[in-house]
Design a protein around this ligand. Structure first.
Ligand code: SF4
Length: 244
């Protein structure tokens, strides 16, 4: 892997420079292992949606250290295929430390009594079922690993390998991977796909807010389709980043 570019703000320059100097010649999996072992990143966990491409990052994590905590936001609105996949994939990869994080029951009772908040406000629903649970789940972690890719477009187009955001480092080992590379790696590693991929879902979120897409449509166009929303809110804009 080679340095592509670096955008930093003064307060994080030194750290970004060190990471680039130290790790720019490593392969993706070597890089992920090195960052996990790097004391500068402190306590590291991963966050996974167990969606269409998630098996690749999770397989890399399992290969490095199967005991790394993997947070799954169990929103209560997932497709049954997703909740089954969390179980089967974790078992197959030997992941030992899955953290299921659910929305606060009292808050759900107050703000989403009958479970239809997504119909009136997707932002409020994502805040209740994703953003707040993740904030709690990340307490105690200094850094987290995410599986976002640039080819998913929109805010993700400029994604960098390492970001500093909301007081934590975020490591994006697949930032520069293409859809074709991911497909090949799935085949090479014989990874099981999320069952909805075969039904036309190249990006999978909660059931009420995800639809299948037609061939040629944008990968994420089935997420909050027909709404002016592209992200659930758990990924805020980084303050700095570095591409390795
Ligand atoms: S994706 Fe939809 S159902 Fe899931 S938390 Fe967001 S608004 Fe609610």
């Amino acid at each position: 892997m080679h340095i592509q570019e670096a955008h930093t703000l003064p307060q994080q320059n030194q750290f970004a420079d060190r990471v680039i100097d130290q790790y720019s010649d490593l392969t993706d999996i070597e890089l992920l292992g090195a960052l996990i072992d790097d004391d500068g990143f402190g306590q590291i966990g991963a966050v996974s949606s167990f969606g269409a491409d998630s098996a690749l990052l999770l397989a890399m994590i399992a290969e490095i250290d199967a005991s790394i905590p993997v947070i799954f936001l169990d929103t209560g609105k997932h497709f049954p295929e997703t909740t089954d996949y969390v179980q089967s994939l974790s078992q197959q990869l030997g992941l030992e430390n899955i953290h299921y994080r659910r929305p606060d029951l009292v808050e759900v009772k107050i703000h989403d009594t009958i479970g239809d908040l997504w119909e009136s406000s997707v932002d409020a629903c994502c805040d209740l079922r994703k953003v707040r649970p993740l904030e709690k789940a990340l307490q105690g972690f200094d850094s987290w690993i995410s599986g976002r890719k640039r080819f998913h477009g929109s805010d993700r187009s400029g994604l960098q390998s390492v970001e500093w955001s909301d007081g934590r480092y975020k490591i994006n080992p697949l930032a520069h991977w293409t859809a074709d590379q991911i497909r090949s790696e799935f085949e090479m590693r014989d990874l099981p796909q999320h069952p909805l991929v075969a039904q036309g879902f190249p990006s999978i979120g909660c059931a009420p807010c995800t639809r299948a897409v037609a061939p040629g449509e944008d990968v994420r166009s089935g997420r909050w389709a027909d709404l002016d929303k592209t992200e659930c809110g758990i990924h805020s804009q980084p303050w700095m980043g570095a591409n390795i």
